[in-house]
Design a protein. Sequence first.
Length: 367
Amino acid sequence: MSNPSLLILPGDGIGQEVMAEVRRVIDWFGAKRDMQFDVSEDLVGGAAYDKHGVPLHDDTMAKAQEVDAVLLGAVGGPAYDDLDFSVKPERGLLRLRKEMDLFANLRPAQCFDALSDFSSLKKELVAGLDIMIVRELTSGVYFGEPRGIHMEDNMRVGINTQRYTEAEIERGARAAFEMAMKRDKKLCSMEKANVMESGILWRDVVTEVHADYPEVELSHMYADNGAMQLVRAPKQFDVIYTDNLFGDILSDCAAMLTGSLGMLPSASLGAPMENGRPKAMYEPVHGSAPDIMGQGKANPIACILSFAMALRYSFDEGADATRLEAAIEKVLADGVRTGDLLSDENSTAVSTSGMTDAILEALDASL
Ligand code: NAD
């Protein structure tokens, strides 16, 4: 059987710096765990624009469709701010998501004990927090028609349409139930069935899909209550499944419970390919951080945790994903910090590569 294939798209700014660290981690798994990946690398975002005049070349798009997983750094930066909308770096990212039809966006919110002081909530509410939000990514109010701004009775009217087919709700629900099966078997579905017809359909379809996953404990919650519960008692949740709009807001809210942007990974999954693996793209939540680029200050953990998600969700290597997460937890518990994780100005930060050195050492110790 051929090795699993990975396409690395470092992108711009610190995307390139953190991805260089991920390559060291991939090499470690090759050397020490005999996990060989066929790794190729290409351009996206501003870097692709500089070379090709577009933020994603067609050849790169074709490669992304063929590989087992795409790992993306970050795109954008001040040099590209004035470009026409059609060639802005972010368009490269959106094209990947759209053409790969990545409909399930996984946003974990995990609070490492050593960082629980960083949360805006009380330590005891977030210590040990580990929730996963599955957000429907390709439909809903961001895409529904009709949309636009038009004149009515001499007044401008803005319109967006919340529209979901049962097939769209169902495929995301299956991804969410599958996720729950790999975790604590608890799924909370969030919508606004009290005031929205699309919410009633959402609740019905999720309930129907539940019949195929009887081991999972399913609950339903109105999304506004969900927002309150996330900041009141977040540890009550395991997996949350919600639509594109509510998911956008709830996942950012949940992410901030955990502290720094430099710690947050994500995955976007699509339909299974011929080999059974889902189409998949993994990326840190943060952007290209132009304010710290080129200074060795970027925290590589979000990107390394994104690779851990690839191990778990694309390559069925859950035990090694856990090994990598545990190594990161150990390093943080030992007090190793990049600048974004320091609250005390007198403490010393390690560099981007210094953080990876410590993680690789902890991985060695795990063998
Ligand atoms: P950002 O996420 O790049 O940075 C926000 C703040 O967090 C900055 O102060 C930055 O230094 C810090 N930060 C982010 N990641 C960090 C890390 N790994 N380690 C340490 N500190 C980190 O968001 P922004 O400043 O609003 O945007 C900068 C550029 O990135 C813009 O061009 C924006 O469009 C783009 N962007 C891209 C993505 C993406 O590629 N997915 C996401 C968000 C923003």
